[in-house]
Design a protein around this ligand. Structure first.
Ligand code: ADP
Ligand code: MG
Length: 835
């Protein structure tokens, strides 16, 4: 009885207490006015009461309600940054920088106090009070300080995005927070999310035994009318352009926000729209009569009108031809630059990924009247001379360009932002009234068995479509134009996309988790558990690479995969900020004094599409040739660096068909990797050699072995012509290999330098599928030739020594003085003998 009384007593008492201090903030009056309009301000007291008394809290609210910018300020003012820091994690780099700057500005604090930290970049100081960081950075910090003792509160922002790191963080924090309480040093966790699927957090009893309190921020959302297209055109960029022209020429004032899938598409549309409705610095637009009459719902429907393909559209058509011609002309002027393929949209716009076509990056400002092309670009739509103030927005955009979207457009011009899904929930652009939604997004699609991957443009989820449309209703009633039919919405758009974690290889996560002592990765309290198979495959790959191993437990036979532990090599590998296989190359190359080469090599392998043509002009022999495509990359990087020092980089790249932006990206990566490695790996002091000489024959041989050490699970063996089945066309097998457990043949990339030698044994960086339907085939990219006798040394897990294993005889054959070696998997012909 006493117990129950005590329990009841406990129930009444809040779980945590917090002595509220009030920290004075001197805000700019303008900031104060803007803040007061945000719905979250009305909830400050309720939120802070719940924060003070609880260790977990979920704050859900529409995008733009003020969660990210205001909640850290509430905490700061209540004294949470007095002795320890407030941490805010973001899944996107773009938001990490932008939000730190904004919160610093609103609190009138410098970047020394409201700082950000992301991989390779940051401005954190010892005086930092509020620290914005990418979720990956916090995860790394947990590895060295499991209890996160530097922080009083951790805010996981944009939790609905369900990034891999966010999910892992939530799982870990669900355990760390109670531990901190038990030590009398409480840590609070606030999960912030758009109003999407919070049940994944509240109804997941593995994550939280008791569902945490939820605060919903009701935001002033004005009605948004959704207009579906009658037809779904495959060229959604053209359709987006047409729709935007219609909105701009026919409908009243209000910003336009266009959603497309990637950086290139954004740039393409920005260029096109700028050319059609140029903004001239010398024209006074203030006298322009803008359409301010209230919007008429029938007019607003635009494409539902019977004039769907009327003369106006023809005019648009002409408009586009004109813009195209002008573009062509402009392009001819820039002859020195490599080929541009605007129709190739198949590239990521993800953090850390390079863009394919970027050579025609528009200049900072809008077209000025001194531009020669101006006349050709003048719009033919006479009824409207109002310019569009067109701005791009994507995750890799520089922060200064990013900031432009928050500023009002010049007088008389209409704001038009062309964005990737960054503007869906991470950043809120003021004064948007019209949303044009392509309905598409870019997603990385993996094959869990082969690891082959490709960026695919897929339909957004219905939830995303709702979020995108919602952007139009923040200042008043708005309109969202979906460039696809309602049937597509019903049948092709899934309600939600599965979280990232359930869609991608998790090698680095498995390793990171193992390093944190989470051995049973399969049992981890993930918000949504990934495929068990995938976790096991990652464990297996890491075991093959010697990064994980089964511990030798005396007397007890261990055959439980869950028990795989990190090897000393694995520990070393995990210090490198890359996927384990590349970490392994770097770790081993350090021992061979080849670290600076390997850093350059790995950087080059990280940036896609470096070379745009066959590298025929790259003579190589011996080991340098056998180093294969990575060798070509390495020499391209070295030579480009040399040209760069002489100030001839642009010419050099154009001459050799090298993407200049890629070289710049590689240079940046090299620098960042070098400094990061010097910082994070004990005993390493590596510098960048600006005039990196090509590796000599011996170095190239060692580099081949290093590449093998990292890609050892991705071995291919040439399919002999005698192995080709009767009736099959032998010519088709000229460049064909057996790869691991894959049944079908895999081909050398058509631009692989190894097509010159077609070596017997190779390792490859990546497998992917090309071609449509019947012509679909598997291709390997970035291939290096290896010697089979290296396999037992670098990938012993791949070999059965002695053949067959059950053979009771000694594996060493005295007569021939050889050890028989047999490779596991379907490598075609039987064993191979080691001297
Ligand atoms: P949430 O996190 O709930 O989506 P935010 O805190 O990001 O909302 O945004 C609140 C408001 O602050 C929005 O109206 C947004 O436009 C505004 N805002 C954010 N950053 C800036 C900035 N750099 N300049 C001007 N306004 C900004
Ligand atoms: Mg936010």
């Amino acid at each position: 009885e006493l117990n129950t009384i005590e329990n009841k007593e406990k129930e009444k008492k809040p779980l945590l207490e917090h002595k509220t201090v009030h920290i004075e903030v001197k805000r700019d009056p303008k900031v104060q006015v803007a803040r007061l309009k945000l719905p979250i301000l009305g909830e400050e007291q309720r939120i802070m009461e719940l924060v003070n008394e609880n260790e977990f809290l979920i704050v859900a609210g529409e995008t733009g309600s003020g969660k990210t910018t205001q909640l850290p300020q509430f905490l700061y003012e209540a004294g949470y940054a007095e002795h320890k820091m407030i941490a805010v994690t973001e899944p996107r780099r773009v938001a990490t920088v932008a939000m730190a700057a904004r919160v610093g500005h609103e609190l009138a604090l410098s970047s020394k106090e409201v700082s950000y930290l992301m991989r390779f970049e940051g401005n954190v100081t010892k005086d930092t009070k509020i620290k914005f960081m990418t979720d990956g950075v916090l995860l790394k910090e947990i590895q060295s300080d499991f209890l996160l003792s530097k922080y009083s509160v951790v805010i996981i922002d944009e939790a609905h995005e369900r990034s891999v790191y966010t999910d892992i963080l939530l799982g870990l924090l669900s355990r760390i927070v109670p531990l901190r309480r038990k030590r009398g040093n409480p840590l609070r966790l606030i999960i912030m999310s758009a109003t999407l699927r919070i049940e994944d957090f509240t109804e997941n009893t593995r994550l939280f035994k008791e569902p945490p309190p939820v605060i919903k921020i009701d935001s002033r959302q004005y009605p948004v009318t959704i207009h579906f297209n009658k037809h779904t055109y495959s060229d959604y960029l053209k359709e987006a352009f047409r729709k935007t022209v219609k909105i701009h020429t026919r409908l009243p004032e209000g910003g336009i926000l266009i959603f497309v899938t990637g950086q290139q598409e954004v740039k393409y549309l920005v260029r096109k729209l700028k050319a059609s409705f140029p903004y001239r610095k010398d024209v006074d637009y203030s006298k322009l009569i803008t359409k301010t009459k209230p919007i008429n719902e029938a007019d607003a429907a635009l494409d539902s009108e019977p004039d769907d393909i009327d003369s106006d559209d023809d005019e648009v058509e002409k408009e586009m031809k004109r813009a195209k011609k002008a573009r062509r002309k402009a392009k001819q002027k820039i002859k020195t630059l490599p080929k541009i393929n605007l129709d190739d949209y198949d590239m990521p716009d993800d953090d850390g990924q390079a863009d394919l076509v970027d050579n025609d990056d528009e200049s900072e400002g809008h077209l000025s009247d001194s531009d020669a092309e101006e006349d050709t670009l003048t719009p033919t739509i006479k009824s409207c001379r109002q310019p569009l103030w067109v701005l791009p927005l994507y995750s890799m955009l520089s922060s200064s360009k990013q900031a432009k979207v928050f500023a009002p457009p010049p007088v008389g011009a209409r704001l038009c932002v062309v964005s990737t899904d960054v503007a869906e929930t991470s950043l809120t652009i003021p004064a948007i009234k019209y949303v044009v939604d392509s309905g598409k997004k870019k997603m990385r699609v993996y094959d869990h068995v082969t690891g082959a991957s490709a960026w695919r443009i897929v339909w957004t989820s219905q939830a995303s479509a709702g979020q995108r449309a919602g952007r139009a209703g923040r200042v008043g009633a708005g309109h969202a134009y979906r460039l696809y039919s309602s049937a597509v919405f019903q049948h092709d758009c899934p309600p939600h996309h599965p979280p990232d974690l359930c869609r991608r290889p998790v090698d680095d996560l498995v390793l990171a988790m193992k390093c944190m002592g989470i051995d049973k990765v399969v049992n981890f309290p993930f918000p949504t558990a990934p495929d068990r198979m995938q976790l096991r495959l990652a464990e297996k790959r890491l075991e093959t690479l010697g990064i994980l191993e089964k511990p030798e437990v005396k007397k007890k036979k261990v055959d439980d995969d869950d028990m795989l532990k990190v090897t000393p090599l694995g520990k070393a590998v995990s210090a490198f900020p890359l996927l384990p296989r590349y970490g392994k190359m770097l770790a081993l190359s350090h021992q061979q004094n080849l670290l600076s080469y390997t850093i350059a090599l790995v950087s080059a392998l990280t940036v896609p599409e470096v070379m745009s043509g066959k590298p025929d002009s790259w003579p190589a022999t011996g080991h340098t040739l056998l180093l294969g495509d990575p060798g070509v990359l390495l020499r391209a990087v070295g030579a480009a660096e040399y040209a760069y020092v002489k100030g001839e980089e642009e010419l050099f790249c154009a001459k050799y068909g090298i993407r200049e932006k890629a070289i710049k990206e590689i240079r940046k990566l090299r620098k960042q990797l070098t400094s990061e490695i010097n910082l994070s790996v004990a005993g390493v002091d590596v510098t960048i050699d600006p005039e990196m000489k090509p590796p000599n024959d011996n170095q190239a041989r060692l580099l081949r072995q290093l590449v093998l050490s990292g890609l050892g699970d991705q071995v291919g063996r040439k399919i002999g012509l005698d192995e080709v089945k009767e009736g099959e066309d032998k010519r088709k097998f000229k460049y064909a290999y057996h790869c691991g457990e894959l049944e079908e043949p895999v081909h050398l990339h058509s631009e692989s330098i190894l097509r010159k030698t077609i070596p017997e044994w190779v390792v490859y960086q990546e497998l992917y599928e090309t071609g449509a339907e019947e012509r679909r085939k598997m291709v390997m990219r970035n291939v290096t030739a290896i010697e089979p006798e290296w396999l037992p040394v670098y990938v012993p897990q791949l070999c059965n020594l002695g053949e067959p294993l059950s053979d009771p005889e000694p594996r060493y054959d005295e007569k021939s003085g050889r050890v028989k070696c047999h490779f596991k998997g379907t490598f075609g012909k039987s064993g191979w003998e080691l001297p």
